[in-house]
Design a protein around this ligand. Structure first.
Ligand SMILES: [Mg+2]
Length: 222
């Protein structure tokens, strides 16, 4: 393998609640209310009534209505923990000249906060972005173009740009928003599957259940 593309949540981290949802909850929204902001926005996106960016814009409005700030974001980010064996795994891959990327539905700000100085091991970190004003209050969410089917788009664009064969790329993910990655023609590994049919061998070439230590993915890549 020349390149490994990682999902972030539940793949590099211990299973935790989706950050978008966690923010809604933290701000006092009822995420189970079918006519509430959280459920309505999600339904509209999945029913193709709104685009990903419109979904981000509506979510941003729900957040800013409750004065969502950078401080609240980092408080929630503090709860996200990297999987055991993260350091050794990443170092081993880098030492083997394998290029690493993250393609996530989370926020760049959160991923960088959780990774700290370990962010340097990743050539790119692709996710949505939050824009804050001088008082650290949220003003805009810039949606990533690389979530859902965008994950395959990232890998395809990457391969074309860098003259890498997709068969030399491995994607590691865990959830339903990762199910498009295989379409790029890369190898796919599912770890700690969540909301995804890991028995679908077309989508997931290999599944590692109950992965407690990230080092266990190394034999599948090296
Ligand atoms: Mg995930």
């Amino acid at each position: 393998m020349k390149t490994v593309v990682f999902d972030f949540d539940g793949t590099l981290t211990v299973k935790s609640s989706d950050i978008w949802k966690s923010i809604f909850i933290e701000l006092g929204y009822d995420v189970k209310d079918e006519s509430g902001d959280y459920k309505m926005q999600m339904k509209d996106f999945f029913n193709n009534k709104i685009t990903y960016q419109e979904w981000c814009d509506q979510t941003c409005k729900s957040y800013t209505d409750k004065k969502f700030s950078k401080q609240i974001l980092y408080k929630l980010a503090d709860k996200i923990k990297l999987l055991n064996g993260f350091d050794k795994t990443i170092k081993t891959l880098v030492d083997n000249n394998i290029e690493l990327h993250i393609v996530s539905g989370n926020f760049v700000e959160v991923i960088k906060y959780v990774l700290g100085d370990k962010a340097k091991y990743f050539k790119t970190i692709n996710a949505s972005r939050m824009v804050f004003d001088d008082n650290d209050l949220l003003t805009k969410i810039v949606g990533t173009e690389y979530d859902f089917d965008g994950k395959a788009k990232f890998i395809t664009e990457y391969c074309q740009k860098n003259k890498v064969n997709p068969s030399e790329v491995c994607f590691v993910g865990n959830g339903d928003n990762d199910e498009w990655a295989y379409e790029a023609g890369c190898k796919t590994i599912c770890v700690n599957p969540e909301n995804t049919d890991h028995t679908n061998l077309k989508v997931w070439n290999k599944t590692l259940h109950c992965l407690k230590n990230l080092e266990d993915i190394l034999p599948e890549i090296l």
